[in-house]
Design a protein around this ligand. Structure first.
Ligand code: PHE
Length: 466
């Protein structure tokens, strides 16, 4: 291991005691808060429905337990051993250019995701208001969604409310902000998810949907099932976006990385499965088993689901519960994005945390406003044929994410070495899955990452359809 000396107390270079999570529970809930988000509730059910139901779920589970596990462990260990957010973490292993590039790409991704993620968060705010006002049938109207996202003023206000809420949590700090909020929100989120799923699966006609979602049918398998499940896994576990490195840097040396990783994996997957159980059976019951409706993609949660809620009894109540839950999930994910950006700026420019977070807020407001306008007064702007928000999503998740994950694997293989990671993990864990970690990181991950990158590119160029 040819890295510079790393201290083991979590103290930063200038001697200040680094902020840390108070313990395992706070850490797990904060990381799970980052992981559980729109990806679980909005993206997962739609992809599962599209790529074969049960078979997609099975492939996803296998990937999550192998690939996902290896990536979480790598990032967390890198964060904890360096005590730094991505740029500092990478460059603490040497001066080479590729290390700088690797650090920066990990750090820039969250700054590009945060603004558009918050715009979608703003849409969720809008739905919460509508349901809390008791307007379930209004929200189910054909023009409701299209109407307000093209109304730049309304969307901008909702977006600003969301981003400011996140900003105040960050200002409060790691322990008093992020950890405190996660400890309240995450248990509530589980409760709300269980209530909504239970309601959905007990609707008449819903059982067929449950079967489609849970029982694998090998005839539905295709190579795209693997590609889609892989992309989803990265997004859902917040991998390769600097987040787990940053949160890992706040982790105490005696916290069990392996056990915490397992908890986070199951937390995230559990909520994704519950979301599948909320949405797929409900839409099945609503449409009489029409799979085409389930493949509606982005509009599934914002357009189809409100119609389903409206047609069920207690539409206002269940709609409010559902969208408040989505709001919680989106908030904790946005918090992790904001925190990573704040940490990078304050460490790299030597600025105070408050000032750094004001900078992040400003950049988010600017870039996010561009995304808002992209659906409204700037709808004529197209980047590679995509609207501004979709372009940011594509750029970060389909292009930058596989590259940044590749850099992480490279850092582990070429610089830190498996012994280096093992030493860090074994400070507090048994590292039972070490052999699997080794094989996945060294042989499988780099190869799969190239496949994801190639398939995203081919998809954009219209060579294949994902
Ligand atoms: N993991 C989050 C989700 O499932 C999304 C996210 C992506 C959060 C990137 C942070 C960073 O919605």
């Amino acid at each position: 291991m040819k890295n510079k000396e790393h201290n083991s107390t979590g103290t930063s270079k200038d001697g200040r005691q680094k902020t840390t999570f108070s313990g395992n529970i706070g850490y797990v809930l904060a990381v799970a808060g980052s992981a559980v988000g729109l990806g679980n509730i909005w993206r997962f059910p739609y992809l599962a429905a599209k790529y074969g139901g049960g078979i997609f779920l099975l492939v996803y589970l296998i990937l999550m337990l192998t690939f996902g596990y290896a990536m979480i462990v790598s990032e967390t260990a890198i964060g904890r051993m360096t005590g730094k957010s991505p740029v500092g973490a990478f460059s603490s292993f040497g001066e080479q250019k590729w290390l700088k590039a690797g650090g920066w790409i990990n750090a820039v991704i969250p700054m590009l995701i945060l603004p558009y993620y918050s715009v979608i968060g703003g849409w969720v705010v809008r739905y919460c208001v509508e349901y809390l006002k008791g307007d379930a049938s209004e929200a189910a109207g054909d023009t409701f969604f299209g109407g307000f996202i093209s109304d730049s003023l309304v969307s901008e206000i909702c977006f600003a409310v969301f981003v400011l809420a996140v900003f105040f949590v960050i200002i409060a700090g790691v322990k008093n902000g992020i950890e405190a909020v996660s400890k309240i929100i995450m248990p509530l989120l589980i409760l709300l998810a269980v209530i909504t799923a239970a309601y959905s699966v007990t609707r008449p006609g819903a059982l067929e949907g449950v079967k489609y979602f849970l029982v694998p049918n090998f005839r539905d398998f295709s190579i795209m099932t693997v590609v889609a499940a892989m992309g989803q896994m990265f997004y859902s576990l917040s991998l390769a976006m600097g987040i787990l490195i940053t949160y890992g840097s706040y982790l105490k040396k005696d916290s069990d990385i392996e056990r915490n990783t397992t908890r986070v994996e199951w937390f995230d997957t559990g909520i994704a499965i519950l979301a599948g159980l909320m949405i797929i059976p409900a839409v099945f019951a609503f449409t009489g088993g029409d799979i085409k409706t389930l493949k509606a993609g982005p509009s599934l949660m914002f357009i189809t689901l409100p119609k389903v809620f409206d047609s069920m009894g207690f539409g206002n109540l269940i709609g409010s519960v559902f969208f408040i839950m989505v709001l919680f999930a989106a908030l904790t994910s946005a918090i992790s994005l904001f925190e990573t950006c704040t940490a990078t700026i304050s460490e790299e420019l030597g600025l105070k945390r408050t000032l750094s977070s004001v900078i992040v807020l400003t950049v988010s407001l600017l870039l996010g406003t561009a995304s808002v306008f992209g659906y409204g007064i700037w709808s004529f702007v197209k980047i590679f044929g995509m609207q501004i928000l979709d372009f940011f999503d594509f750029l970060t998740n389909s292009l930058m994410m596989p590259i940044s994950a590749f850099f992480i694997c490279l850092l582990v293989i070429k610089v830190i070495g498996f012994d280096g990671i093992e030493k860090e993990v074994r400070l507090s864990s048994q590292f039972r899955r070490q052999p699997m970690y080794y094989v996945v990181t060294k042989y499988i991950a780099p190869f799969f990452l190239l496949i994801i990158l190639a398939s995203s590119l081919a998809n954009t160029l219209g060579l294949i359809t994902i």
